[in-house]
Write a protein that binds this ligand. Structure first.
Ligand code: 13P
Ligand code: SF4
Length: 388
């Protein structure tokens, strides 16, 4: 495989990108994804489906776990039926700890896989199994294994947004809400890190912790599109606005942020912040929850248009958008008798799952046992990231 020579040496340590950027964010990928996005439903049809879903969830003893980026109606349905809406760390924890034997995951594929790996005995359903993620697509397991093989002296830290096979190769998994604390802890213990797949998150963690990190070159097609120069101009127009940014955004955008954090941390910043205006740089689906929890505050979407804009995503993840009410209803109503053929059920190869569970469990243990390290990561570094 061809290697790139892009090398970055920030003052606090070393980040190297020595792997080619996978072209997962191209137009073909997203065009296919957008083609599967269901039509928005309104009025009677929507209400009827929501009522049907409530009955089906109860009849099947199932619980709905949703991410903040999915359709607001699905988020509300989750809350109304005893389910949960959260960031990827808390989705994983909730699914593992909940007594329901059927989990319906409204999000993207890696979230369903994580739920299945943590609870292999449960049935995990998703409205569209094609709902993937550009980070996952951009980190094929075979190439990643070769990368790890080439650097056996490094602790392998992988972001949640990866396949089960990539997780099977990792020492510890992280999400954006604990990545900084986990890497800081490893760095304090003298370990060198191999990090994949998000290069912006990797660079951000490296800058904040000073850890010795070797990073894969993946990126999120949604967060890659926020524009620093246009954000600076917007900030100038709204000098009192607080800028909240997800760490998958580019360095230029992160450098303009007042708060950098996971989706939960971003919501917390808006709810608890003293400012009345917030510029939000992440998938627009999050605005639904922010509006519910901070109704009096003005939320402004960070710009994706402007110089070098491609509008591949326009601040909305096409794979998250694949989650629709019809798909949700269909996955619960599916009556096929051959489980292996169920087009809505998440399956993870047993051997892969048995390996992958270790890195996920390690993260869940670390976050449960080290609240002070998470808090320190949240408050003790230059910018604010960490547990919500
Ligand atoms: P969070 O873990 O912050 O919710 O992020 C998941 C994700 O896919 C962001 O694009
Ligand atoms: Fe993946 Fe980006 Fe979509 Fe999150 S927003 S699921 S990182 S493509």
């Amino acid at each position: 495989m061809q290697k790139t020579s892009e090398t970055l040496r920030p003052s606090m340590g070393q980040v190297m990108f020595d792997f080619p950027r996978q072209d997962a964010g191209g137009g073909v990928c997203t065009a296919q994804a957008w083609a599967r996005v269901p039509e928005a439903l309104e009025g009677h049809r929507r209400d009827a489906l929501l009522a049907e879903m409530k009955d089906l969830l109860a009849a099947r003893n199932a619980v709905l776990v949703a991410h903040y980026y999915v359709d607001g109606a699905i988020q509300d349905l989750a809350w109304d039926t005893g389910g949960f809406v959260a960031d990827s760390l808390e989705m994983a924890r909730f699914g593992k700890n909940h007594k329901a034997q059927t989990l319906v995951v409204a999000g993207v594929r890696f979230m369903g896989e994580t739920a299945k790996i943590l609870s292999p005995e449960k049935t995990v359903l998703m409205p569209d199994l094609e709902a993937t993620c550009s980070l996952d697509l951009g980190c094929p397991a075979e190439d990643f294994a070769a990368f790890c093989d080439a650097h056996p002296d490094r602790t392998v830290v992988v972001y949640a947004n990866t396949s089960a096979a990539v997780k099977a190769r990792a020492d510890v998994m992280v999400t954006s809400s604990c990545a900084l604390a986990v890497v800081h802890d490893l760095h304090e213990k003298g370990q060198k890190i191999l990090f994949a797949p998000d290069r912006h998150l990797g660079r951000y963690i490296q800058e904040q912790t000073g850890a010795d990190m070797l990073c894969w070159e993946g990126h999120c097609i949604v967060h890659d599109e926020f524009k620093a120069s246009e954000l600076a101009a917007l900030k100038a127009k709204h000098p009192k606005a607080m800028v909240v940014v997800h760490p998958e955004a580019t360095k230029g955008v992160i450098d303009l942020a007042d708060v950098v954090g996971s989706t939960s941390a971003m919501i917390k910043a808006v709810v608890e912040g003293a400012a009345q205006e917030y510029i939000v740089a992440t998938d627009q689906g999050i605005l639904h929850r922010m509006r519910q929890l901070a109704p009096g505050k003005r939320l402004i979407e960070a710009p994706t248009a402007g110089t070098s804009a491609t509008c591949k995503s326009c601040a909305h993840c096409p794979w998250m958008a694949m989650n629709g009410l019809v798909g949700l209803r269909d996955c619960l109503a599916y009556k096929g008798t051959d489980t292996a053929q169920n087009p809505f059920e998440v399956f993870v190869d047993q051997a892969i799952g048995a390996k992958a569970v270790n890195c996920i469990d390690r993260m869940l243990r670390f976050t449960a046992e080290n609240p002070e390290k998470l808090a320190r990561a949240q408050h003790g570094f230059v910018k604010n990231i960490g547990a919500a």
